[in-house]
Structures are given as structure tokens and as C-alpha cells.
Design a protein around this ligand. Structure first.
Ligand SMILES: [Zn+2]
Length: 422
């Protein structure tokens, strides 16, 4: 489907060091890319409540990674899905009496507008589940025919189809099932906390996951070969969309930390069972944002929406500075004061750029050193906390404004100097 326009970008004035990113599989840092290309899959929104601060935190984080990869001269292939066939969206549509496709279209439009407002790079492949039903259903039918999936009786006329996780693990050695389960966590508990149904009667194993849900009254369904009329489950949607856009495995799969298990673990297991390869090589996760100490979530109704700031005319660069004033892997609590502090910081940087725009110390290379340190901080697992402090120090005695402003613009999209001021 259509994504949104690519933001303007300044050329990077200094070399970007190798980009290292934290891998949830190992807990250590690893190279984000090992070749001249960089492929990224970031799980997209379920379009019924777009775009809240948690979304912004995820997509601004991966925008940094994409900008670093562009600046280091790599070709970036970036896939993002839209989960427009999923329980929460369909439940919302029923609750409000809105057509589910209309709701999805309206919320996806809002998301695009918010991403454009925040100068976030668009995916090269932006794919809705509803656009890949045939491919997803063919994959599920394939799993069924080779014995890795099986029917589970439902209260309705037709059975649902589940993945047999033990059989799939045996048949797909390229993925170690449970590799992304956090240490010490209970698999069944975590599975159930995130939409799983470990106690469903008729399953072979509590952790077996839904691949295809047969038609229920009032729900959309598709008539496809080899399966009951119905719709796909969540994990297989991402596996098939990812494989349809790029060769597996991607360099990095990213998303909020609530997607680590089961969603990312299962998507890779599904991909391994269907295609013989996991979805990604590296798995990256962004810490969740809370509000007043409570996890920010749709179910609690304590969401902060980007569109409210957009309508109020808040500078999107201040939002970026605010959201990225914490390390992306940390969990953090939102307060309005964070946006105020970021606005003051942005004004200080811009005032410094304006005041120092004629102070060029090209002989000493001060600006290049600042740009280099700034890039090095970001290349070290997207360390925005250190990067912002480097800019704070520079703003105290600004020199070589053009070099520094170009580096900041290329890597973060934040403009320090209006074109007319130089
Ligand atoms: Zn996903």
C-alpha cells in the first residue's frame, strides 16, 4: 500500500562508524549490517488507535537506525506491515458500529500524516495484511499439508488451524523456539498475556498458536483453497509479509518490547517452518512508555496521541528530542515537562547555530570532531543520551555550524539552521 513521502535529507559531512545494535537474542551488541545493504522489518500498527506516544517511540528509534545506515552509504530495504486484520481492530469496529475497512483506512491515514509530521523515513515496502491474504492462506495450507499444522474444533461450523510448535521446531532447525523468551519468564504466562490461548481445549500443546481462524458471525473472512473460510492469525501474517518483500533473514527485526515474546519468537518460528529461515538475524526492542507510572496502553485508555500535538502546532523536532531523551531500550514514564525541557534544549541548539554561523574554524576541525562524536554516539546502540549531551556542550561555544548542523540533520532530521539564516 502507499506509504508516505521521503523526508529531505542533508549529506552526512563525516564518516559514520560501524553501527552496533543490541540483540535481544544474545543480550550483547552486534553489527546492524554485515553488507552493503541493510534490511529492516518493523512491526506496524493495528490501525484502530493511531498514533500514540508508544508508536512514536518505536518508529523514531528505527528512523535513527535507518538514517545511520543511509549516512554510512548502505542501501536500505525497510518493510513495515499494517495489521488490518486482527482482533482489536475488529472488536473496535463492532463496538463503534464502523465498517472495519473504513476504520483501518482512517487510522492508517492518520498514522501516515503523523509519520510525515515527525519526518520519519517511510518503509520501502508498506504492506497491509488484507493485501496478502492469498499468500498467507497458501502458507497455512502448506503447513497443514505437511503435518506441521492441525485443525482444532471450534464452537462454529468449521475448525480453526493451529501450528504444532513441537513438530515445527523439529522440522525447522534454523530457529530455536523460545530463544526470545526473556530469562526467567514463564512461556505460557507470557504467551497468554499477549493474546495466547494456552488453555484452549483440543490443542496438542498449550503453546501451539493460531494460524487461521474460521469464520465467526460478523467477522470478515476469505474463501481460500485448502482451508475453511476464515482469516489469518497474527504471527503468520508478519512472517509471510516479511518474506514477500525481502529475502529472509532480515538484518534486524524491531518493535516494542511487548512484541519480543511471543510475537517475534513465533514469527521467526513460522518463517523457519514455511521458508526454512528465521525472519531476522538480530532482534531489537524498544522499552515501553508509561504514563503516571502505569503502562501506556489502549486497554487502559491512558494514551498520548501525536495528532493532538500536530493539531496544536508543536514543533516535531522537539517531540523527537523529547522521546529520544531516554535510551531506547529503557522503560520510561512520560510527563509533559519532558516536552518542555526538549523545547528549551532545541531553542538553545538553534540559538547557538544562529549565533555561531559565521565562526568557522576549518583549520582546527572542531566541527568535524563534534559531528564525528555525535555520529559515534548514535552508532553505539543509538545512544541518544550521549549524542544530545555532545550537542549541549557544542552549543555552549558553537563553531563550524554548517558541519554540525548537517550531521544533526542527516542523522536525526532535526534542522538547526533555517536555509535563509546561513
Ligand atoms: Zn509483526
Amino acid at each position: 500500500m502507499e506509504s508516505w513521502p521521503v523526508p529531505g535529507i542533508r549529506p552526512m559531512p563525516v564518516l559514520v562508524p560501524p553501527v552496533m545494535i543490541s540483540d535481544s537474542l544474545t543480550g550483547g551488541l552486534t553489527h546492524a549490517s554485515e553488507s552493503a545493504t541493510f534490511s529492516l522489518y518493523v512491526c506496524g500498527i493495528t490501525p484502530y488507535d493511531a498514533t500514540h506516544l508508544g508508536h512514536a517511540s518505536t518508529y523514531l528509534t528505527y528512523d535513527l537506525l535507518i538514517r545511520l545506515m543511509h549516512a554510512s552509504g548502505r542501501t536500505v530495504r525497510y518493510t513495515q506491515n499494517v495489521t488490518d486484520v486482527d482482533d482489536p481492530l475488529l472488536e473496535r469496529a463492532v463496538a463503534t458500529g464502523q465498517n472495519w475497512q473504513e476504520l483501518a483506512r482512517e487510522q492508517t491515514d492518520l498514522f501516515r500524516a503523523d509519520m510525515q509530521y515527525l519526518s520519519v523515513f517511510p518503509p520501502t515496502d508498506y504492506v497491509a495484511v488484507s493485501e496478502r491474504i492469498l499468500e498467507i492462506s497458501a502458507a497455512v495450507a502448506g503447513l497443514l499439508s505437511c503435518g506441521l499444522a492441525y485443525p482444532v474444533p471450534s464452537d462454529h461450523a468449521e475448525p480453526d488451524i493451529y501450528l504444532d510448535v513441537r513438530a515445527a521446531s523439529g522440522a525447522a532447525p534454523s530457529w530455536s523456539f523460545g530463544a526470545l523468551l526473556p530469562a526467567g519468564a514463564s512461556a505460557e504466562h507470557t504467551f497468554d498475556e499477549h493474546g495466547g490461548d494456552s488453555r484452549r481445549v483440543g490443542k496438542r500443546h498449550p503453546l501451539d498458536s493460531l494460524l487461521w481462524r474460521s469464520q465467526r458471525p460478523g467477522e470478515p473472512s476469505w474463501d481460500v483453497a485448502g482451508l475453511p473460510s476464515g482469516r489469518p492469525g497474527w504471527h503468520v501474517e508478519c512472517a509471510v509479509i516479511a518474506a514477500g518483500a525481502q529475502q529472509l533473514p532480515y538484518d534486524v527485526q524491531g518493535g516494542g518490547s511487548d512484541l519480543r515474546y511471543p510475537h517475534h519468537d513465533y514469527s521467526s518460528q513460522h518463517a523457519a517452518a514455511i521458508y526454512g529461515r528465521p525472519l531476522a538475524r538480530v532482534f531489537s526492542h524498544v522499552g515501553l512508555v508509561s504514563l503516571g507510572g502505569e503502562k501506556m496502553s489502549k486497554s487502559l485508555g491512558n494514551l498520548v496521541f501525536i495528532r493532538d500535538w500536530r493539531i496544536r502546532g508543536v514543533d516535531p523536532a522537539a517531540i523527537r528530542l523529547a522521546v529520544l531523551s531516554h535510551h531506547y531500550r529503557d522503560e520510561w514514564d512520560w510527563h509533559d515537562a519532558i516536552l518542555g525541557t526538549a523545547s528549551v534544549r532545541l531553542r538553545r541548539w538553534r540559538d547557538a547555530a544562529l549565533a555561531g554561523r559565521h565562526k568557522v574554524t576549518s583549520g582546527s576541525g572542531v566541527g568535524r570532531a563534534v559531528a564525528q562524536d555525535f555520529a559515534a554516539a548514535l552508532a553505539n546502540d543509538l545512544d541518544t543520551v550521549t549524542a544530545w549531551s555532545i550537542l549541549d556542550d557544542w552549543a555552549a561555544a558553537p563553531t563550524d555550524v554548517l558541519v554540525v548542523a548537517d550531521a544533526v540533520s542527516a542523522l536525526t532530521g532535526v534542522t538547526l539552521l533555517d536555509a535563509g539564516a546561513s
